[in-house]
Design a protein around this ligand. Structure first.
Ligand code: XIL
Length: 345
């Protein structure tokens, strides 16, 4: 049987290293045996891919639906895993009632505070870290257009990061024990967006605004690895400010043909090398404390939908839950790290 050939899992190594290895999950799949057993065997952290977002958790202004999120927490507790919460403030994927409703900045401010407070209190002691803010910066280092910022915003339009500061302060008050993260994409390496994030963290730290970590999503689309070549330098400068870093949403989309089949077989090796290099960068950084993929099996991944069928096969396990070269690369990195540490003891 396949399972017997795995030997030590990612999780076995990660537990020994004190590292979190996670996957984004959809609780409606927990009833699939292969889905559940692979998760429990390979990961020590879960993050709900969608069910803690506003769209799922707040179907209308008066109702909170915690059920699917609670299922993620129960699964995690049954398998001694941590849960990362995602996300409390985002300009994207908001429910229609919120995105198209007529609200004054004062209404929105109250709604956001109430949302952060209610959700974080519900999951206090169960969710150890939250993406409080998701994707607020654009590629130039300015702000994305957002109901929380400028359209109409929570009343802090034009006041720089004040709207983000407000969210972090509400989050700390709601659950003082949770780690508070800012999470974004295309900010893995050094560029205008990661400069803006760095400047925000520096400013927040200097003024005592609560922030504990930065999530680097690491959705990789370019096999030449442009996105990640300066990731080490970025993690070094961020962690020097006293925050931790989590790799939060890694996947590496590969070109596929119209039937969804891999276009170039050799891309599996390139993909593995990208996983290897991101993982190696993280494990060598003391304050890079979590490495997570956005899903874990090619059976369920947002990449084919997001790229309109151009890319797929982005994750470490194939559609039948068999490990790919990417999986082996991740495991080798963890194994090697453990050997290095043991040798130096
Ligand atoms: C994506 C999910 O994977 C999709 O299922 C959903 O339709 C849209 O959101 N950055 C994030 C994630 O922070 O929340 C996004 O997840 C992927 C990009």
């Amino acid at each position: 049987m396949m399972v017997a050939s795995f030997g030590q899992s990612l999780r076995d190594y990660a537990d020994k290293l004190g590292l979190l290895v996670g996957a984004a999950v959809n609780p409606s799949r927990f009833s699939e045996e292969a889905y559940a057993s692979t998760l429990a065997r390979e990961f020590n952290m879960l993050e709900p891919e969608n069910v803690m977002k506003w769209t799922a958790i707040r179907p209308n202004e008066q109702t909170f639906n915690f059920k699917p999120g609670d299922q993620v927490v129960s699964f995690a507790q049954a398998h001694r895993m941590k849960v990362r919460g995602h996300c409390l403030m985002w300009h994207n994927h908001n429910p229609l009632w919120l995105a198209t409703g007529t609200f004054t900045p004062d209404d929105l401010s109250k709604l956001l505070q109430e949302h952060i407070t209610t959700v974080m209190k519900h999951y206090a002691g169960q969710v150890f870290a939250w993406d409080v803010v998701n994707e607020a910066f654009n590629a130039s280092g300015g702000f994305e257009k957002s109901i929380w910022y400028d359209s109409p915003g929570v009343g802090l339009n034009g006041k720089g990061t004040a709207f983000l500061e407000q969210a972090f302060r509400w989050a700390r008050a709601a659950d003082p024990k949770a780690l508070l993260f800012y999470n974004d994409y295309s900010a893995e390496g050094l560029n205008a967006k990661s400069d803006a994030i760095y400047a925000m963290v520096k400013d927040f730290k200097s003024r005592g605004v609560p922030i504990d970590g930065i999530g680097l999503q690491a959705h990789v689309f370019d096999l030449s690895t442009k996105e990640i070549s300066s990731m080490n330098a970025n993690i070094t400068r961020l962690t020097a400010l006293g925050v931790q870093v989590h790799i939060t949403e890694m996947d590496v989309g590969l070109a596929v043909d119209a039937t969804g089949r891999l276009a170039n077989e050799a891309d599996l090796v390139k993909q593995a090398e990208i996983y290897r290099s991101v993982a190696a960068t993280c494990v060598q950084q003391r304050r890079c404390t979590a490495l997570q993929t956005w899903g874990f099996t090619d059976q369920y991944s947002w990449i084919p939908g997001f790229t309109k069928g151009a890319k797929g096969m982005a994750l470490p396990f194939d559609q039948s839950y068999a490990p790919k070269p990417a999986y082996n690369a991740l495991r080798e990195v963890l194994q090697q790290r453990l050997r290095d540490i043991e040798r130096h003891q």
